[in-house]
Design a protein around this ligand. Sequence first.
Ligand code: C2E
Ligand code: CA
Ligand code: CA
Ligand code: CA
Length: 279
Amino acid sequence: AKESGKNRYWLYQADMSLIAQNRLTLEQRLRRALERGEFVLYYQPQVDVVSGKLLGMEALLRWKHPEAGIIPPLKFIPIAEETGLILPIGEWVLRTAIAQNVAWQRKGLSHLRIAVNLSGRQLLQENLVERVKTILEEEQMEGKWLELEITESVAIHDLELTIRVLSEFKKMGVHIAIDDFGIGYSSLSYLKLFPIDTLKVDQSFIRDSLHNAENGTIVSTIIGLARDLNFLAIAEGVETEAQYEFLKEQACTGIQGYLISRPLPAAEMTTLLNLVHEN
Ligand code: C2E
Ligand code: CA
Ligand code: CA
Ligand code: CA
């Protein structure tokens, strides 16, 4: 018994060093990816439920790996967060999204707000507000064209810090969205503490909203809550016409999802903006 225990220990150690090694190389590979410009942003439109007009878009990160192809964010963002690499990557995302939006605005395509996801590490980062301000100034975009998305759990991690940081953003005209709303298991009292503009209804509720009465109720409750608190409500992950009809009945502000469009590379988004502009 002692022997096998020992074997198990060695096995465990071997496993651990393998994992540690993989961690290290993935971290190195992420660092290199940033240096080599292998990250790209895709853009997903958000559309007004009533008018069908574009309300804005969300920038979504991808890693364009030379061999593996497009790698989705959930495959590498957790490691980026753990290693702190999310800070330089997040800064790159902010600058790229803002520069792209300014380029679209200068081409005379409609002026839209661009939403960027902020990780917890970024919110805790010292000088985040200053960094964003600098990027806005350097790229010459007004704060009102930027929306920052933070999840509930990130927002309530340190209430005082969040209130302070979000209030600074508010003063710059930057919009704030609470992402994945409804799955954070938190009390609702924080909603009145933060200067929030938008609640994004988590896609897990939308997915089943028509076949699962509880989810339908949750969706309409969140939309009602947003309305009462004067926030916009954006439903994520809208894939079907029926979901769209339901959200329209509930007077949801906007929708985002495959029904309208998948996230698009910048060039395809430009084509879409041109089409919208001409019509
Ligand atoms: P999220 O912020 O909740 O983004 C929405 C996700 O839903 C995106 O996945 C989008 O492609 C996907 N989606 C949109 N419409 C539909 C639909 O109709 N059906 C389905 N099934 N999915 C839909 P994506 O791009 O893989 O991003 C996953 C997550 O990675 C994001 O979730 C966000 O938490 C994180 N993320 C993405 N980009 C960034 C970034 O630049 N910074 C940080 N910190 N996180 C990011
Ligand atoms: Ca988001
Ligand atoms: Ca979300
Ligand atoms: Ca999510």
